[in-house]
Design a protein around this ligand. Structure first.
Ligand code: FPP
Length: 246
């Protein structure tokens, strides 16, 4: 049976961009005597619920760490399971994405993902591109250091092509070369589920001034009320960006 719908509260200060390290799927399953894959499957349901809730609240962008560049070190069957789940998700969640006016995006070395995942991703990015609500950005085969190296390579190539003066490279122009492209606001709130207090190579450049919120709740249990609690905590934070507030 599905849980009863949760009323959507109003917030005085809503993060424009929320980024989430979705951790704890494996432990969630193991604690219930189930295979880790069960945790990933239930975790995919949390993705749906959190996407819908962010769309309803008016959050502009939600970036989810779905598969890190380091996750290839996991056992082959788990990788295969995650890639199949992702390929299925991109078909199954088409309705959720389109009905909620969500625009899909992806960051990471997408060209190294299995062909089927790449095709389904490109298709859903394309069909959702005219939506103008929440942008759901999946970080896939993503590493923060890799992203910075890839941006540096692009900057060097532009300089070689006489399209960029080295002196003209500043934080703004460099940020435009990151995977998400120009004009994307940095995350205001970084949530990590599963209780570990680390960044795990996620959005290293972009989270410079993000408020960090770590919860012991594991990703399969992270649903709308848990998101509301994270945003309530965000509302209480005093953001100074290196300056002083009165
Ligand atoms: C890890 O929990 C989480 C991931 C490997 C990434 C998130 C993946 C999903 C939510 C699966 C579905 C994704 C899509 C896009 C359909 P973990 O295995 O590291 O948990 P543990 O720390 O308890 O071992």
């Amino acid at each position: 049976m599905n849980a009863p719908p949760v009323a959507t509260p109003t917030f005085t200060r809503l993060p424009r961009h929320i980024a989430i390290v979705m951790d704890g799927n494996g432990r969630w399953a193991q604690q219930r005597g189930r295979r880790r894959s069960v945790g990933h499957r239930v975790g995919a349901r949390s993705i749906r619920e959190i996407t819908e809730e962010c769309a309803r609240l008016g959050v502009e962008r939600l970036t989810l760490y779905a598969f890190s560049a380091e996750n290839w070190k996991r056992p082959k069957p788990e990788i295969r399971f995650l890639m199949n789940l992702l390929a299925r998700y991109l078909v199954k969640e088409r309705g959720t994405i389109l009905d909620n006016n969500v625009q899909l995006a992806a960051i990471g070395r997408i060209g190294e993902l299995p062909g089927l995942v790449q095709r389904r991703l490109a298709e859903l990015i394309d069909v959702s591109s005219r939506n103008d609500g929440l942008t759901l950005c999946l970080a896939l085969n993503y590493g923060g250091r890799t992203e910075i190296v890839d941006a540096a390579r692009r900057a060097m190539q532009l300089a070689k092509d006489d399209a960029l003066e080295p002196d003209a490279l500043d934080e703004r122009t460099f940020a435009d070369l990151l995977y998400a492209g120009p004009g994307v606001a940095d995350p205001d709130l970084l949530i990590r589920t599963g209780g570990d207090c680390r960044v795990s190579n996620f959005l290293l450049w972009e989270i410079s001034y993000a408020e960090i919120y770590v919860t012991d709740t594991q990703w399969p249990d992270f649903r709308a009320p848990a998101l509301h609690a994270a945003i309530r905590e965000f509302e209480r934070r005093d953001r100074r960006f290196g300056g002083l507030n009165d």
